[in-house]
Write a protein that binds this ligand. Structure first.
Ligand code: SIN
Ligand code: FE2
Length: 200
């Protein structure tokens, strides 16, 4: 394990063992059985390139009316509880006394990416966002508190964990591309990213 700090983001390289990663994939499969992945529509009418679902009291959804947290999956079911092995990671690295209320699960297929954005739909920006990477490597870009300007990029690999908090809580970030097939954790390839958030 190696800990880096890039623009205030704390990056724990290789925090999770292979066994821990496998347990997380199994936990995600359980979530997806109850709350299937879907391709959200952006408010501007273009579908997002990642597929997503959530666990927890709240799930993050996007459609023509905007981005927001909802207490139900678009299919009407309540989101499943956040699995214990995922909560354990929050407790290990977040430094927060609160419990996460959402675990957003994003799946990046071969051509998926995520544009530069801030995570700002939550109610308390003193609470960090904790991100867990599984499967293929993803090229993560870290910018500034305002859009534009210089950026730094780092490849996030399976088992890496990032804490986006403190003064960097509202720093712009995104994923430029993945290295499809670089990991054997997921049988069909691709990248899973889990982000834990306190919503209220
Ligand atoms: C996100 O910003 O929500 C996802 C970050 C990532 O996929 O690493
Ligand atoms: Fe984000």
């Amino acid at each position: 394990m190696e800990k880096l700090n890039i623009r205030g983001f704390e990056i724990y390289k290789s925090l999770l063992s292979q066994e821990a990663q496998q347990a997380l994939v199994k936990a995600v499969r359980g979530v997806v059985e109850v709350a299937p992945m879907f391709s959200p529509m952006t408010p501007y009418g273009k579908p997002m390139r990642v597929k997503m679902t959530s666990a927890g009291q709240f799930g993050w959804v996007s459609d023509r009316t905007g981005y927001r947290y909802e207490q139900k999956h678009p299919n009407g079911n309540a989101w499943p509880a956040i699995p214990e092995p995922i909560l354990d990671i929050w407790n290990e690295v977040s430094g927060s006394a609160r419990a996460p209320e959402c675990c957003l699960i994003n799946y990046y297929g071969e051509d998926a990416r995520m544009g530069m954005h801030q995570d700002r739909d939550e109610g308390d920006f003193s609470q960090p966002v904790v991100s867990i990477s599984l499967g293929d490597d993803g090229l993560f870009r870290i910018g500034n508190l305002e859009r534009g300007g210089k950026t730094d990029s780092i490849w996030l690999s399976s088992g890496d964990v990032v804490v986006m908090g403190g003064d960097a809580r509202l720093t712009y970030h995104g994923v430029d591309r993945i290295r499809f097939g670089s990991s054997r954790l997921l049988a069909k390839g691709g990248r899973l990213n889990l982000t834990l958030r306190v919503v209220r």
